[in-house]
Design a binder for this molecule. Structure first.
Ligand SMILES: O=C(O)CCC(=O)C(=O)O
Ligand SMILES: [Fe+2]
Length: 438
Protein backbone atom coordinates (compact mmCIF):
# COMPACT_ATOMS: atom_id res chain seq x y z
CA UNK A 1 0.00 0.00 0.00
CA UNK A 2 1.41 3.37 -0.89
CA UNK A 3 1.25 6.33 1.45
CA UNK A 4 -0.63 8.18 -1.27
CA UNK A 5 -3.58 5.88 -0.83
CA UNK A 6 -3.41 5.41 2.93
CA UNK A 7 -5.75 8.28 3.78
CA UNK A 8 -8.69 6.86 1.86
CA UNK A 9 -8.65 3.46 3.56
CA UNK A 10 -11.56 2.78 5.90
CA UNK A 11 -10.22 3.42 9.36
CA UNK A 12 -11.93 0.43 10.95
CA UNK A 13 -10.10 -2.28 9.09
CA UNK A 14 -6.57 -2.28 10.42
CA UNK A 15 -7.11 -3.40 14.02
CA UNK A 16 -9.45 -6.14 12.86
CA UNK A 17 -6.81 -7.46 10.50
CA UNK A 18 -4.15 -7.39 13.14
CA UNK A 19 -6.35 -9.66 15.27
CA UNK A 20 -6.98 -11.99 12.36
CA UNK A 21 -3.35 -12.30 11.47
CA UNK A 22 -2.33 -13.04 15.01
CA UNK A 23 -4.99 -15.66 15.60
CA UNK A 24 -3.85 -18.40 13.23
CA UNK A 25 -1.59 -18.92 10.28
CA UNK A 26 -4.52 -20.25 8.24
CA UNK A 27 -5.98 -16.77 8.34
CA UNK A 28 -3.01 -15.01 6.81
CA UNK A 29 -3.73 -13.28 3.50
CA UNK A 30 -1.56 -15.79 1.68
CA UNK A 31 -3.33 -18.77 3.24
CA UNK A 32 -6.65 -17.23 2.30
CA UNK A 33 -5.46 -16.82 -1.24
CA UNK A 34 -5.73 -13.07 -1.04
CA UNK A 35 -3.76 -11.38 -3.76
CA UNK A 36 -2.48 -7.99 -2.78
CA UNK A 37 -1.42 -5.60 -5.51
CA UNK A 38 1.12 -3.03 -4.27
CA UNK A 39 -1.48 -0.29 -3.94
CA UNK A 40 -3.93 -2.60 -2.30
CA UNK A 41 -5.18 -1.70 1.14
CA UNK A 42 -8.06 -4.08 1.73
CA UNK A 43 -7.77 -7.02 4.06
CA UNK A 44 -9.85 -10.02 5.04
CA UNK A 45 -12.75 -9.48 7.40
CA UNK A 46 -14.00 -12.26 9.62
CA UNK A 47 -16.34 -10.53 12.00
CA UNK A 48 -20.08 -10.31 11.62
CA UNK A 49 -21.35 -7.14 9.96
CA UNK A 50 -18.53 -4.73 10.83
CA UNK A 51 -19.18 -1.08 11.54
CA UNK A 52 -16.74 0.13 8.92
CA UNK A 53 -16.97 3.80 8.06
CA UNK A 54 -17.14 4.45 4.35
CA UNK A 55 -14.08 5.95 2.70
CA UNK A 56 -14.37 9.67 2.06
CA UNK A 57 -16.46 10.89 -0.82
CA UNK A 58 -14.42 11.82 -3.85
CA UNK A 59 -15.58 13.59 -6.95
CA UNK A 60 -13.88 12.56 -10.14
CA UNK A 61 -10.37 13.98 -10.13
CA UNK A 62 -7.30 13.42 -12.23
CA UNK A 63 -5.77 11.46 -9.36
CA UNK A 64 -4.69 7.84 -9.36
CA UNK A 65 -7.33 5.18 -8.70
CA UNK A 66 -10.40 7.29 -9.23
CA UNK A 67 -9.23 8.86 -12.48
CA UNK A 68 -11.35 6.37 -14.38
CA UNK A 69 -14.58 7.38 -12.61
CA UNK A 70 -17.13 8.71 -15.11
CA UNK A 71 -17.43 12.49 -15.00
CA UNK A 72 -20.30 14.02 -13.08
CA UNK A 73 -20.31 11.49 -10.24
CA UNK A 74 -19.21 11.84 -6.65
CA UNK A 75 -18.56 8.54 -4.91
CA UNK A 76 -16.37 6.61 -2.51
CA UNK A 77 -13.60 4.74 -4.29
CA UNK A 78 -13.50 1.02 -3.51
CA UNK A 79 -10.38 -0.84 -2.37
CA UNK A 80 -11.56 -4.39 -2.58
CA UNK A 81 -10.37 -7.71 -1.26
CA UNK A 82 -8.97 -9.93 -4.04
CA UNK A 83 -9.19 -13.67 -3.49
CA UNK A 84 -7.32 -16.43 -5.27
CA UNK A 85 -9.68 -19.38 -5.32
CA UNK A 86 -8.42 -22.95 -4.89
CA UNK A 87 -8.60 -25.15 -7.99
CA UNK A 88 -10.92 -27.46 -6.07
CA UNK A 89 -12.87 -26.90 -2.89
CA UNK A 90 -12.50 -29.88 -0.59
CA UNK A 91 -13.37 -28.51 2.83
CA UNK A 92 -9.86 -27.89 4.14
CA UNK A 93 -9.24 -25.36 6.92
CA UNK A 94 -8.00 -22.97 4.23
CA UNK A 95 -11.26 -23.38 2.27
CA UNK A 96 -13.31 -22.69 5.38
CA UNK A 97 -11.27 -19.62 6.24
CA UNK A 98 -11.65 -18.34 2.70
CA UNK A 99 -15.41 -18.95 2.82
CA UNK A 100 -15.64 -16.87 6.01
CA UNK A 101 -13.47 -14.13 4.55
CA UNK A 102 -15.58 -13.99 1.38
CA UNK A 103 -18.80 -13.75 3.34
CA UNK A 104 -17.28 -11.04 5.55
CA UNK A 105 -16.14 -9.06 2.51
CA UNK A 106 -19.58 -9.21 0.87
CA UNK A 107 -21.22 -8.13 4.12
CA UNK A 108 -18.87 -5.17 4.29
CA UNK A 109 -18.51 -4.07 0.66
CA UNK A 110 -21.20 -5.94 -1.31
CA UNK A 111 -18.52 -6.93 -3.85
CA UNK A 112 -15.26 -8.91 -3.97
CA UNK A 113 -12.54 -9.39 -6.54
CA UNK A 114 -11.37 -12.83 -7.67
CA UNK A 115 -7.97 -13.17 -9.32
CA UNK A 116 -8.31 -14.59 -12.84
CA UNK A 117 -6.13 -17.61 -13.56
CA UNK A 118 -4.28 -17.88 -16.88
CA UNK A 119 -7.20 -19.66 -18.53
CA UNK A 120 -9.65 -16.99 -17.41
CA UNK A 121 -7.43 -14.23 -18.76
CA UNK A 122 -7.16 -15.91 -22.14
CA UNK A 123 -10.88 -16.70 -22.31
CA UNK A 124 -11.84 -13.17 -21.24
CA UNK A 125 -9.55 -11.66 -23.91
CA UNK A 126 -11.17 -13.88 -26.55
CA UNK A 127 -14.67 -13.06 -25.33
CA UNK A 128 -13.87 -9.36 -25.23
CA UNK A 129 -12.50 -9.41 -28.79
CA UNK A 130 -15.56 -11.33 -30.02
CA UNK A 131 -17.85 -8.85 -28.30
CA UNK A 132 -16.05 -5.87 -29.84
CA UNK A 133 -16.33 -7.46 -33.28
CA UNK A 134 -20.04 -8.06 -32.76
CA UNK A 135 -20.88 -4.56 -31.56
CA UNK A 136 -19.00 -3.08 -34.54
CA UNK A 137 -21.41 -4.74 -36.98
CA UNK A 138 -24.03 -2.57 -38.66
CA UNK A 139 -27.28 -2.20 -36.75
CA UNK A 140 -29.37 -4.24 -39.21
CA UNK A 141 -27.08 -7.27 -38.72
CA UNK A 142 -27.19 -7.04 -34.94
CA UNK A 143 -30.95 -6.48 -34.95
CA UNK A 144 -31.44 -9.84 -36.68
CA UNK A 145 -30.04 -11.62 -33.61
CA UNK A 146 -33.31 -12.01 -31.72
CA UNK A 147 -35.49 -14.98 -30.90
CA UNK A 148 -39.21 -14.95 -30.22
CA UNK A 149 -39.10 -17.66 -27.55
CA UNK A 150 -35.93 -16.85 -25.60
CA UNK A 151 -34.64 -13.54 -24.34
CA UNK A 152 -31.23 -14.36 -25.79
CA UNK A 153 -29.74 -12.07 -28.42
CA UNK A 154 -29.35 -8.42 -29.17
CA UNK A 155 -30.74 -5.51 -27.17
CA UNK A 156 -30.21 -2.15 -28.83
CA UNK A 157 -29.17 0.96 -26.94
CA UNK A 158 -32.31 2.46 -25.38
CA UNK A 159 -34.29 -0.80 -25.53
CA UNK A 160 -33.72 -1.87 -21.94
CA UNK A 161 -35.86 -0.15 -19.35
CA UNK A 162 -34.76 0.13 -15.71
CA UNK A 163 -37.24 1.78 -13.36
CA UNK A 164 -39.13 3.23 -16.33
CA UNK A 165 -36.08 4.90 -17.92
CA UNK A 166 -34.19 3.71 -21.00
CA UNK A 167 -30.62 2.49 -20.51
CA UNK A 168 -28.06 3.35 -23.15
CA UNK A 169 -26.16 0.09 -22.89
CA UNK A 170 -26.07 -2.18 -25.93
CA UNK A 171 -26.26 -5.85 -24.96
CA UNK A 172 -25.99 -9.39 -26.26
CA UNK A 173 -27.72 -11.77 -23.85
CA UNK A 174 -26.84 -15.45 -23.75
CA UNK A 175 -29.31 -17.83 -22.13
CA UNK A 176 -29.29 -21.65 -22.22
CA UNK A 177 -28.92 -22.42 -25.92
CA UNK A 178 -31.72 -24.90 -26.60
CA UNK A 179 -32.53 -26.20 -30.08
CA UNK A 180 -36.02 -26.62 -31.53
CA UNK A 181 -36.16 -30.30 -30.61
CA UNK A 182 -35.56 -29.71 -26.89
CA UNK A 183 -38.73 -30.78 -25.04
CA UNK A 184 -38.93 -27.45 -23.17
CA UNK A 185 -38.73 -25.48 -26.39
CA UNK A 186 -41.30 -27.73 -28.08
CA UNK A 187 -43.59 -27.29 -25.06
CA UNK A 188 -43.01 -23.51 -25.29
CA UNK A 189 -41.82 -23.02 -21.73
CA UNK A 190 -41.38 -19.29 -21.10
CA UNK A 191 -37.85 -18.00 -21.89
CA UNK A 192 -36.65 -21.34 -23.33
CA UNK A 193 -35.27 -21.27 -26.86
CA UNK A 194 -32.10 -20.95 -28.94
CA UNK A 195 -29.42 -18.31 -28.65
CA UNK A 196 -29.39 -16.39 -31.96
CA UNK A 197 -25.59 -16.24 -32.36
CA UNK A 198 -24.26 -13.91 -35.06
CA UNK A 199 -21.48 -16.38 -35.97
CA UNK A 200 -19.72 -19.50 -34.75
CA UNK A 201 -16.67 -17.52 -33.54
CA UNK A 202 -18.76 -15.57 -31.04
CA UNK A 203 -20.56 -18.75 -29.98
CA UNK A 204 -17.30 -20.56 -29.28
CA UNK A 205 -15.61 -17.69 -27.43
CA UNK A 206 -18.60 -17.01 -25.19
CA UNK A 207 -19.43 -20.66 -24.54
CA UNK A 208 -15.90 -21.51 -23.42
CA UNK A 209 -15.67 -18.49 -21.14
CA UNK A 210 -19.10 -19.19 -19.64
CA UNK A 211 -18.16 -22.80 -18.93
CA UNK A 212 -15.09 -21.64 -17.01
CA UNK A 213 -17.16 -19.09 -15.09
CA UNK A 214 -19.70 -21.81 -14.33
CA UNK A 215 -16.98 -23.84 -12.61
CA UNK A 216 -15.87 -20.75 -10.70
CA UNK A 217 -19.47 -20.08 -9.65
CA UNK A 218 -19.81 -23.57 -8.19
CA UNK A 219 -16.56 -23.21 -6.24
CA UNK A 220 -17.75 -19.89 -4.89
CA UNK A 221 -21.05 -21.38 -3.76
CA UNK A 222 -19.21 -24.20 -2.00
CA UNK A 223 -17.01 -21.67 -0.21
CA UNK A 224 -20.04 -19.58 0.73
CA UNK A 225 -21.72 -22.67 2.22
CA UNK A 226 -18.66 -23.01 4.47
CA UNK A 227 -18.66 -19.30 5.21
CA UNK A 228 -22.28 -19.50 6.30
CA UNK A 229 -21.81 -22.75 8.25
CA UNK A 230 -24.58 -24.48 6.34
CA UNK A 231 -24.54 -28.07 5.11
CA UNK A 232 -22.68 -28.81 1.86
CA UNK A 233 -25.20 -28.67 -0.95
CA UNK A 234 -27.46 -26.11 0.74
CA UNK A 235 -26.76 -23.73 -2.16
CA UNK A 236 -25.37 -25.98 -4.89
CA UNK A 237 -28.46 -28.20 -4.78
CA UNK A 238 -30.25 -25.44 -6.64
CA UNK A 239 -27.74 -25.01 -9.45
CA UNK A 240 -28.12 -28.46 -11.01
CA UNK A 241 -28.85 -27.54 -14.65
CA UNK A 242 -28.64 -23.90 -13.50
CA UNK A 243 -30.25 -21.17 -15.57
CA UNK A 244 -26.86 -19.47 -15.94
CA UNK A 245 -26.85 -16.62 -18.41
CA UNK A 246 -24.66 -13.79 -19.57
CA UNK A 247 -24.95 -10.18 -20.60
CA UNK A 248 -22.21 -9.00 -22.93
CA UNK A 249 -22.29 -5.22 -22.75
CA UNK A 250 -21.10 -2.18 -24.62
CA UNK A 251 -21.62 1.30 -23.20
CA UNK A 252 -21.35 4.19 -25.64
CA UNK A 253 -19.39 7.26 -24.55
CA UNK A 254 -21.39 9.76 -22.50
CA UNK A 255 -23.42 12.21 -24.48
CA UNK A 256 -23.24 15.21 -22.20
CA UNK A 257 -26.29 14.53 -20.03
CA UNK A 258 -24.04 12.61 -17.61
CA UNK A 259 -26.69 10.02 -17.09
CA UNK A 260 -27.83 10.30 -13.52
CA UNK A 261 -31.48 9.23 -13.83
CA UNK A 262 -31.81 11.02 -17.15
CA UNK A 263 -31.70 10.01 -20.75
CA UNK A 264 -28.11 9.13 -21.45
CA UNK A 265 -27.34 6.95 -18.50
CA UNK A 266 -25.54 3.59 -18.66
CA UNK A 267 -27.70 1.27 -16.53
CA UNK A 268 -29.90 2.54 -13.72
CA UNK A 269 -29.65 1.31 -10.15
CA UNK A 270 -30.85 -2.29 -9.79
CA UNK A 271 -30.19 -5.64 -8.18
CA UNK A 272 -29.74 -8.79 -10.24
CA UNK A 273 -31.94 -11.80 -9.87
CA UNK A 274 -30.11 -14.95 -8.86
CA UNK A 275 -27.16 -16.06 -6.77
CA UNK A 276 -23.90 -14.55 -8.09
CA UNK A 277 -22.88 -12.12 -10.82
CA UNK A 278 -19.29 -12.73 -11.92
CA UNK A 279 -18.20 -9.81 -14.08
CA UNK A 280 -15.21 -8.58 -16.02
CA UNK A 281 -14.78 -5.01 -17.17
CA UNK A 282 -12.26 -3.35 -19.45
CA UNK A 283 -10.02 -0.48 -18.36
CA UNK A 284 -12.54 2.33 -18.94
CA UNK A 285 -14.63 2.21 -15.75
CA UNK A 286 -18.28 2.91 -14.94
CA UNK A 287 -19.50 0.47 -12.27
CA UNK A 288 -20.86 1.69 -8.92
CA UNK A 289 -22.21 -0.51 -6.09
CA UNK A 290 -23.88 0.13 -2.75
CA UNK A 291 -22.41 -1.36 0.39
CA UNK A 292 -24.82 -3.32 2.61
CA UNK A 293 -26.62 -0.93 4.85
CA UNK A 294 -29.19 -1.86 7.47
CA UNK A 295 -31.11 1.35 6.79
CA UNK A 296 -31.73 0.37 3.16
CA UNK A 297 -34.22 -2.45 2.94
CA UNK A 298 -35.33 -3.95 -0.35
CA UNK A 299 -36.60 -7.29 -1.61
CA UNK A 300 -36.56 -7.19 -5.39
CA UNK A 301 -38.65 -10.36 -5.71
CA UNK A 302 -41.54 -8.61 -3.93
CA UNK A 303 -41.24 -5.02 -5.14
CA UNK A 304 -38.79 -3.75 -7.73
CA UNK A 305 -35.56 -2.45 -6.21
CA UNK A 306 -34.76 -0.69 -9.50
CA UNK A 307 -34.04 3.00 -9.07
CA UNK A 308 -32.92 2.58 -5.43
CA UNK A 309 -30.88 5.63 -4.37
CA UNK A 310 -30.10 6.28 -8.03
CA UNK A 311 -29.05 9.88 -7.46
CA UNK A 312 -27.41 9.51 -4.04
CA UNK A 313 -23.80 10.64 -3.70
CA UNK A 314 -22.63 7.80 -1.48
CA UNK A 315 -22.13 5.03 -4.03
CA UNK A 316 -18.91 3.00 -4.10
CA UNK A 317 -17.05 3.35 -7.39
CA UNK A 318 -15.37 0.09 -8.51
CA UNK A 319 -12.24 1.07 -10.46
CA UNK A 320 -11.16 -1.40 -13.15
CA UNK A 321 -8.38 -3.67 -11.86
CA UNK A 322 -6.51 -5.73 -14.40
CA UNK A 323 -6.75 -9.51 -14.08
CA UNK A 324 -9.73 -9.81 -11.74
CA UNK A 325 -13.39 -10.73 -11.84
CA UNK A 326 -15.73 -8.90 -9.57
CA UNK A 327 -18.49 -10.85 -7.84
CA UNK A 328 -21.68 -9.33 -6.49
CA UNK A 329 -24.72 -11.07 -5.02
CA UNK A 330 -28.22 -11.47 -6.39
CA UNK A 331 -31.78 -11.58 -5.07
CA UNK A 332 -31.87 -15.34 -4.49
CA UNK A 333 -28.78 -15.19 -2.28
CA UNK A 334 -30.51 -12.52 -0.20
CA UNK A 335 -33.71 -14.55 0.05
CA UNK A 336 -31.89 -17.80 0.88
CA UNK A 337 -29.85 -16.22 3.64
CA UNK A 338 -32.65 -14.19 5.21
CA UNK A 339 -30.88 -10.94 4.37
CA UNK A 340 -27.60 -12.06 5.97
CA UNK A 341 -26.07 -11.60 2.52
CA UNK A 342 -27.99 -8.97 0.59
CA UNK A 343 -28.24 -8.49 -3.17
CA UNK A 344 -25.82 -5.76 -4.23
CA UNK A 345 -27.49 -2.65 -5.71
CA UNK A 346 -25.40 -1.38 -8.60
CA UNK A 347 -25.53 0.94 -11.58
CA UNK A 348 -23.30 1.91 -14.48
CA UNK A 349 -22.36 5.44 -15.55
CA UNK A 350 -21.35 6.36 -19.08
CA UNK A 351 -17.73 7.42 -19.40
CA UNK A 352 -15.79 9.57 -21.83
CA UNK A 353 -14.87 6.49 -23.88
CA UNK A 354 -16.91 3.45 -24.88
CA UNK A 355 -16.75 0.66 -22.30
CA UNK A 356 -17.05 -3.12 -22.63
CA UNK A 357 -18.04 -5.44 -19.82
CA UNK A 358 -19.21 -9.00 -19.37
CA UNK A 359 -21.63 -10.10 -16.66
CA UNK A 360 -22.09 -13.83 -16.07
CA UNK A 361 -25.05 -14.75 -13.85
CA UNK A 362 -24.63 -17.96 -11.85
CA UNK A 363 -28.19 -19.02 -11.19
CA UNK A 364 -30.51 -21.65 -9.77
CA UNK A 365 -32.30 -24.01 -12.12
CA UNK A 366 -35.23 -22.35 -13.89
CA UNK A 367 -37.50 -24.83 -12.09
CA UNK A 368 -35.97 -24.32 -8.64
CA UNK A 369 -38.26 -23.26 -5.85
CA UNK A 370 -35.98 -21.59 -3.33
CA UNK A 371 -36.57 -21.78 0.42
CA UNK A 372 -34.68 -19.73 3.01
CA UNK A 373 -31.88 -21.58 4.78
CA UNK A 374 -32.63 -22.90 8.23
CA UNK A 375 -32.75 -20.34 10.97
CA UNK A 376 -29.62 -20.33 13.08
CA UNK A 377 -27.22 -21.45 10.34
CA UNK A 378 -23.94 -19.63 10.83
CA UNK A 379 -25.54 -17.52 13.55
CA UNK A 380 -28.00 -16.02 11.05
CA UNK A 381 -31.08 -14.42 12.47
CA UNK A 382 -33.79 -13.86 9.89
CA UNK A 383 -35.13 -10.35 9.85
CA UNK A 384 -37.72 -11.11 7.20
CA UNK A 385 -40.78 -13.25 7.51
CA UNK A 386 -40.24 -16.69 6.07
CA UNK A 387 -42.25 -17.17 2.94
CA UNK A 388 -43.27 -20.77 3.14
CA UNK A 389 -44.21 -21.13 -0.46
CA UNK A 390 -40.67 -20.16 -1.50
CA UNK A 391 -39.66 -18.33 -4.66
CA UNK A 392 -39.90 -19.96 -8.04
CA UNK A 393 -36.72 -18.78 -9.72
CA UNK A 394 -38.07 -19.22 -13.26
CA UNK A 395 -41.01 -16.99 -12.47
CA UNK A 396 -38.78 -14.38 -10.86
CA UNK A 397 -36.49 -14.43 -13.93
CA UNK A 398 -39.45 -14.14 -16.31
CA UNK A 399 -40.90 -11.25 -14.31
CA UNK A 400 -37.58 -9.40 -14.50
CA UNK A 401 -37.26 -9.84 -18.26
CA UNK A 402 -40.89 -8.97 -18.98
CA UNK A 403 -40.42 -5.83 -16.90
CA UNK A 404 -37.12 -4.86 -18.54
CA UNK A 405 -38.15 -5.63 -22.14
CA UNK A 406 -41.85 -4.79 -22.37
CA UNK A 407 -41.74 -4.26 -26.16
CA UNK A 408 -39.53 -7.20 -27.15
CA UNK A 409 -41.06 -9.82 -29.43
CA UNK A 410 -40.39 -12.44 -26.74
CA UNK A 411 -42.59 -10.58 -24.25
CA UNK A 412 -45.28 -9.91 -26.85
CA UNK A 413 -45.51 -13.58 -27.81
CA UNK A 414 -45.43 -14.80 -24.23
CA UNK A 415 -48.40 -12.61 -23.45
CA UNK A 416 -50.25 -13.14 -26.75
CA UNK A 417 -50.01 -16.92 -26.37
CA UNK A 418 -50.98 -16.73 -22.72
CA UNK A 419 -47.95 -18.78 -21.63
CA UNK A 420 -47.12 -16.84 -18.47
CA UNK A 421 -49.51 -19.08 -16.52
CA UNK A 422 -47.35 -22.14 -17.37
CA UNK A 423 -44.93 -20.95 -14.71
CA UNK A 424 -47.33 -22.31 -12.11
CA UNK A 425 -47.38 -25.80 -13.66
CA UNK A 426 -45.96 -28.55 -11.46
CA UNK A 427 -43.61 -29.63 -14.27
CA UNK A 428 -41.89 -26.24 -14.20
CA UNK A 429 -41.35 -26.47 -10.43
CA UNK A 430 -39.65 -29.81 -10.09
CA UNK A 431 -36.79 -28.82 -7.75
CA UNK A 432 -38.86 -27.69 -4.81
CA UNK A 433 -37.25 -29.86 -2.15
CA UNK A 434 -36.54 -28.11 1.15
CA UNK A 435 -32.91 -27.28 1.98
CA UNK A 436 -30.97 -29.64 4.21
CA UNK A 437 -30.96 -28.95 7.91
CA UNK A 438 -27.69 -27.55 9.19
O1 LIG B 1 -21.26 -3.31 -16.77
C1 LIG B 1 -21.19 -3.70 -15.62
O2 LIG B 1 -20.14 -3.63 -14.97
C2 LIG B 1 -22.42 -4.24 -14.90
C3 LIG B 1 -23.53 -4.61 -15.82
C4 LIG B 1 -24.81 -4.93 -15.09
O3 LIG B 1 -25.07 -4.47 -14.03
C5 LIG B 1 -25.77 -5.87 -15.69
O4 LIG B 1 -25.55 -6.32 -16.82
O5 LIG B 1 -26.77 -6.20 -15.03
FE1 LIG C 1 -26.58 -5.77 -13.03
Amino acid sequence: MTSLLRPILPAGRRPMVARCLMSTVAHSPAALGLVMPPWFGATPAHSSRPAVPAPPLRPKTDGALDSSMPPGFTAHVAHLDTFKLPERVTGTAGDRAMGKALVGAWRRDGIVQIAMNDDHRRLWENARAASQRFFKRPHHEKAKCVDAQSYAGYIASGEEITDGIADYSEIFTITKDLGPTDYRVRAKWPCHGPCPWPDSGMKEAMTLYNEALGREGERLLQLIEMGLDVAPGSLTRYTRDGWHHTRVLRFPPRNGTNGKGKAGRGIGSHTDYGLLVIAAQDEVGGLFVRRPNKEEKFANWKASAAGLKEDANDWLYVPPVEGVHTVILGDMMQYLTNNYLTATPHKVGLNTRERFSYAYFHEPSFQAVIKPLEEGCGGMRPDVEKEDEGIHYGKHFTNMFVRNYPDRITTEQLMAEDRYGMLDDEELRTMGTPPAAC
